[in-house]
Design a protein around this ligand. Sequence first.
Ligand code: ZN
Length: 430
Amino acid sequence: MKLLKFKILKTLFLFSILQCAEAQSTAWRFSKVLSPTGEMMNNATVVVQDNHIVGIYTDDKSLPKNISVNDLRPLTAIPGLIDAHTHITYYWDKAPGTNPWRDADKLNPAVIVFLAQENARKTLESGVTSVRDLGSFYGLDIAMRELINRGAMTGPRLFIAGNGLHVSRHPIDPNYIELDPGKAENINEVMKVTRQEIASGVDWIKIYASTGSGDDVTSVQQYTYEEMKIACDIAHQAGKRVAIHSYGPEAARDAIRAGAESIEHATGLNREDFELMNRHHCTYVPTVDHNRYYIDHHDEYGYTPEAIKNMQAYIQRNLETLKLAVQSNVKIAMGSDALFTGFGENTRELEWFVKAGMTPLEALNTATKNGAELLGKEKELGQVAPGFFADIVAVDGDPTKDINAVIKGVKWVMKDGKVVVDKLKMKNEK
Ligand SMILES: [Zn+2]
């Protein structure tokens, strides 16, 4: 009896080993693979099992037996990129007579989520496999995150912030009672709304702590230090992180002291502010490119020449602040602030980073390692290394020499072990 039991166990053991060996192992050969330390590994093969990287081999002899290798030479492999600031559920169908800002929430919520798949697809095509989405409405971001995690929708891994906390935005309409989730006008409401957002299942708390959005580039502080502090404390107790929107330096300064993990957009910060950010391990997400996007697409939004001038001036202030941040060694993450028709342009922010004094590799790191750290996922995302999620982007050229290899050269993208973009195949089939 004992012997039989042993035999059964042995058979089961062997069976599970065989199962493991067969468990969806794939191998992908590249001319170069960017190592976690920033050097290139030449002629390297990445082995993926299910949704994780299990090995990287530079000589064929050590490759696992009986594995067929997909040859992606002469492409270079880099980690799946992280866009630290998007609004992926802001979808606009370009219907004649409509305006993205005015009509974005007019469609049925389920229809918006369905159509926003286009934003998700374009994001993947730009090499971005993870996104921190900083502000949605109707719970659309929660729905999208769930659909993508279930595999029912193809898109980047989403870390979401629900309704950002904000003060009143609209005039009172006497004809109906306005439901405005996320609205918080005083410290008690800030506490209540922060807890509501956490209960809804957000990953991040977003606070609009100053004015400034679209063609409005003003920066009037709207939340006090005390209000931001209580929101940060509640979020941290629940294991969540906080992102603060601030167009100017005032709200940003209070946000850093309050314990926010990231400052979005802010201009006008000085060396002392950046030192404070370093001490508080706070990340700067400058989003310089989003005003370039608005200017290039001003017809779609109906922005006036006056507004364009203001946005151009804002870009200059933003770039100057970014230069100082680079000199101060502040942790910087790439965030596009993409919304509506901006998806697919997610990585153009990297151009500004190089312009501000980063090397191409440093710029790339903002969208890999720094983004992963900001998300608290530095052991899972942002590196092509064993144990990490199999999020890999293959580009034409060497992005450590020319950042355009990332911005314009994405040819193939794997997310979670699945090929989600294959421009090579598309080309072959033509
Ligand atoms: Zn934003």
